[in-house]
Design a protein around this ligand. Sequence first.
Ligand SMILES: Cc1cc2nc3c(=O)[nH]c(=O)nc-3n(C[C@H](O)[C@H](O)[C@H](O)COP(=O)(O)OP(=O)(O)OC[C@H]3O[C@@H](n4cnc5c(N)ncnc54)[C@H](O)[C@@H]3O)c2cc1C
Length: 452
Amino acid sequence: MTTIPAALAARLVTDPDVKATYAVDESVGAVPPGDFEVVRARDLADVVEVMRHAHETRTPVVPQGARSSLTGGSVALEGGIVLNVEALDVVSEVDPLEGLAVAGPGVINADLKAAVAEQGLFYPPDPASSAFCTIGGNVATNAGGLCCVKYGVTADYVRGLQVVLPGGEVIRTGHRTAKGVAGLDLTGLFVGSEGTLGVVTEVVAKVVPAPDPALTVLGTFDSLEDASAAIAALRRERHVPSLVELMDRASIAAVQALADYGYPGDCEAALIVQSDRPGHTAEDVALYADILEKAGATEVAVADDVQEADLLLAGRRALSPALEAKGPRFLEDVCVPVGRLTDLIRAGQAISARRGVEITMSGHAGDGNLHPSIFFDADDPASRENAEEAFGEMVATALEFGGTITGEHGVGSLKARWLAQELGERELERQRAVKALFDPHGIMNPGRVYWS
Ligand SMILES: Cc1cc2nc3c(=O)[nH]c(=O)nc-3n(C[C@H](O)[C@H](O)[C@H](O)COP(=O)(O)OP(=O)(O)OC[C@H]3O[C@@H](n4cnc5c(N)ncnc54)[C@H](O)[C@@H]3O)c2cc1C
């Protein structure tokens, strides 16, 4: 039976229905375990107390933000404590001179963007879940998103962290200054560690001057291969687009079924390309339109006012709920060298045809990061198994093409079994040894990332 110190009684979630909502995330088939507790921390002292107690009693801890993980990373564990830090949600500092913002882990990504925008600044990391995921979760998963093709991932915007380690020690990593190279990069170690080392309780984020409001080009293609040829051509441009997103026919249909976002229905693929380059957005989108045409686009439309550009992007942001509405699915997150994107798409189509399973293709194609959705019939175990095997084949294909098992969603529970294939056994052992340095009793999110 999981125990909680009396000092934290007021932070415990006791209503069974509410508690159950904290037990699962957005991953397929997540179910609450039988015995677990949920602590909603209000401040640093609460986090320290949980981590002290858990270390002493060898109780598993699942650090948790908004539970938008797609890999089972924030699902409650049997006999464990879910340590939710959403309430640590204050942006305590925005400093334009130093180009930084300081945020609690529970700050919603979009709220941090809004807070810094008030001072003419920009926090680029932009997962499609921006409206509801937390900065702590973003740091823990090294989240990517729509604008990585130009701006990079969360790791590129974290200067320093406050972290509570098992046992309750509070440490600071990194620096507040624009530069800083003293010692090993422990900030980099914690970014992307998926709650397996400690609990992030404060983030010193790098912010940059705000770009211009983006303008958008939409190109439609008769084949996914032509679309990926266009992506390759865009990647060679001197002024990299701020967004290059791909949707196939089924993805477009799903989005348009939700609402009319202005996408055409009669094409195999659509590419959404944006520029936010200060003073040059119109010039850039004209150039990108030309590139799409030369790559074989059947139609190219330039959304040359911000409202129309926003509508097209809103459609892209609606893709996840739209595909969700189609039925149960495994959501892939493979990333390959951009030069192998066409090969990945062809391989996905071949898997789909061979197994008779519907696979939609969409994602942050400008980075070679696709999110194929593999659909199954929840009432038919054979259909689910077939889709699961197709999922495994996509992972194996990405590795074969020199890619990675996860571009941005993380390893979590879902992909832990493939980590050794990507890293190799010796590298995996080194990583386990590093984890043991911070978490000697293995209480931090056990079974996630590192298969046990
Ligand atoms: C519709 C939808 C769209 C999405 N789009 C994207 C996308 O474009 N790009 C992308 O990268 N991801 C995307 N995701 C996945 C998800 O939103 C991200 O992984 C996000 O970073 C998770 O944030 P969260 O606050 O929900 O964290 P949670 O789901 O609560 O936790 C995620 C992981 O981080 C750990 N964690 C959380 N908070 C802390 C903390 N304070 N300290 C230590 N560890 C912590 C957890 O233990 C877990 O391992 C999407 C998800 C959905 C549902």
